[in-house]
Design a binder for this molecule. Structure first.
Ligand code: BGP
Length: 466
């Protein structure tokens, strides 16, 4: 199969996972600093030392046909407390980084928020607090103006559902609360407000670039299609994790079906979802202004009806078969015969990405364009003779690219792909031994080594054949 000639073949990174220097050079603290210190398992420093090594990484991009890079700006490097005084060293760092991208012919795609709300704002309720939304808008406006000559492609947020659910349902993100689905919904709505305000500011500011948002979209299938309970569970989980955000982003309102499922969840606590009229006006105004949608896709889920007590076990160590995900009144995640999964129990199901792209094309025909902003395979790499023979990762990426090519053939406007990750970095809730990179990082020496997948990716980038 072939990908279009002008298709972006990119690599993805995130500031906190790769920069290092997480509490130096004037950078303010983020919630993860306290969380990881308390946990004591691994440190965000020096990570992949991208703060110093970015010239090497961008040179590797050039050598390996990687013509786009996802980079996030660390909000607290610019505004150490999230608002007010600016840290000029942080501002200058990103200017230098973007300049290096240009020198190497690598297009930067910039995310404003990749899981790292400044601690001062996080402590006061994060995106449940309207003040954080005000601060995010100011931070976004600052970046649009400051980097207007360096950046053409912007994303407001990376993965609103995983942030909210990690914070308030699975407890794997700070503040580590569990099973509060309503709080997660309110937090998602808060972030969608912040997104809407930033998009409107960008367009009203007349900036020449483009802007959108990245959602993690995992297709939900009934475990047993013949069981109405499983069909409903899949629909309900989809409404909560996918459709809520797609509606808010692309329709500018929550559809009747979405509201029905969300209110079912609220009703379990004798509550109702009641967004403010002014919020809904804002969403409506922003919806037509998105230039594209970013999709992060790693896996899909097969779900069955579940009415028992909440029970979640996060497999963060790669002990295959230990994951448990059961949410009362919503669903239970099931493994399925014949569908392989990674050591972290992530189901390998590339068709799910195709189904999601086609669903968006049909259900939200105003989507304009799609970038696959993350996709890749977490793997316990064996480093031997200066490289890693990561055949399973090549197979994973190849199959996903083939399904993307099929969606494009059927008329979906997918313009690029960013492998997660460009080089190895740590994983938020799984530490350093879950590696994803095209380039192996020796975290002791900070040397980079191309894996077999990097050579394969280069060939795809050159030939567009998958
Ligand atoms: C996405 C995040 C990335 C990255 C990736 C892999 O949710 O946007 O930052 O971490 O997932 O996930 P994990 O690190 O949990 O394996």
């Amino acid at each position: 199969m072939r990908l279009p000639e002008n298709f972006i073949m990119g690599g993805a990174t995130a500031a906190y996972q790769c920069e290092g220097e997480s509490k130096t050079h004037g950078k303010g603290r983020v919630a993860w600093d306290d969380y990881l210190e308390k946990q004591g398992w691994f440190s965000p420093d020096p990570a992949s030392d991208f703060y110093h090594k970015y010239p090497v990484d961008l040179e590797l991009c050039k050598q390996f046909g990687i013509n786009g890079i996802r980079i996030s700006i660390a909000w607290s490097r610019i505004f150490p407390t999230g608002e007010g005084e600016i840290n000029q060293e942080g501002v200058d760092f990103y200017h230098a980084l973007f300049k290096k991208c240009k020198e190497n012919g690598v297009e930067p795609f910039i995310t404003l928020h990749h899981f790292d709300t400044p601690n001062e704002l996080h402590k006061n309720g994060d995106f449940l607090n309207p003040h954080t939304i005000d601060c995010f808008e100011k931070y976004a406006k600052f970046c649009f103006e400051e980097y207007k000559d360096d950046v053409r492609y912007w994303f407001t947020f990376n993965e609103i559902w995983p942030v909210s659910s990690g914070q308030y349902i699975t407890g794997t993100f700070p503040p580590g609360e569990k099973y509060d689905v309503i709080k997660a919904v309110e937090s998602m709505h808060g972030m969608m407000m912040a997104h809407a305000r930033a998009v409107i500011a960008f367009k009203e500011g007349g900036y020449k670039g483009k802007i959108g948002i990245i959602h993690s979209l995992e297709t939900k299938y009934p475990f047993d299609e013949k069981k109405p309970g499983d069909v409903l569970a899949a629909e309900r989980e989809d409404a909560l994790t996918n459709q809520f955000l797609l509606d808010a982003t692309l329709l500018g309102y929550y559809s009747a079906k979405t509201i029905e499922h969300i209110n079912f969840i609220y009703n379990l606590e004798n509550k109702a979802f009641t967004p403010k009229v002014s919020d809904m006006e804002l969403l409506k105004k922003a919806a037509s202004k998105n230039d594209y949608l970013g999709i992060n896709y790693y896996q899909s889920h097969f779900v069955q009806q579940y009415d028992g007590e909440n029970q979640i076990h996060h497999n963060g160590t790669g002990a295959k078969g230990t994951s448990v995900y059961r949410l009362k009144g919503i669903s239970e995640h099931m493994f399925k015969d014949g569908i392989d999964r990674t050591d972290w129990d992530w189901l390998i199901y590339p068709e799910g990405l195709y189904d999601m792209i086609i669903r968006i094309k049909n259900q939200y025909p105003n989507y304009k364009a799609i970038y696959i902003t993350e996709n890749g395979m977490g793997y316990k790499d064996d480093f031997e003779n200066g490289t890693v023979d990561d055949a399973p990762r090549i197979d994973y990426i190849k199959r996903h690219l083939q399904w993307i090519a099929k969606a494009i053939d059927e008329g979906a406007n997918v313009k690029g792909y960013f492998v997660w990750s460009l080089m190895d970095m740590f994983s938020w809730s799984n530490g350093y031994n879950k590696r994803y990179g095209l380039f192996y990082v020796d975290f002791e020496t900070q040397e980079r080594y191309p894996k077999k997948s990097a050579y394969w990716y280069k060939k795809v980038s050159e030939t567009k054949e998958v």
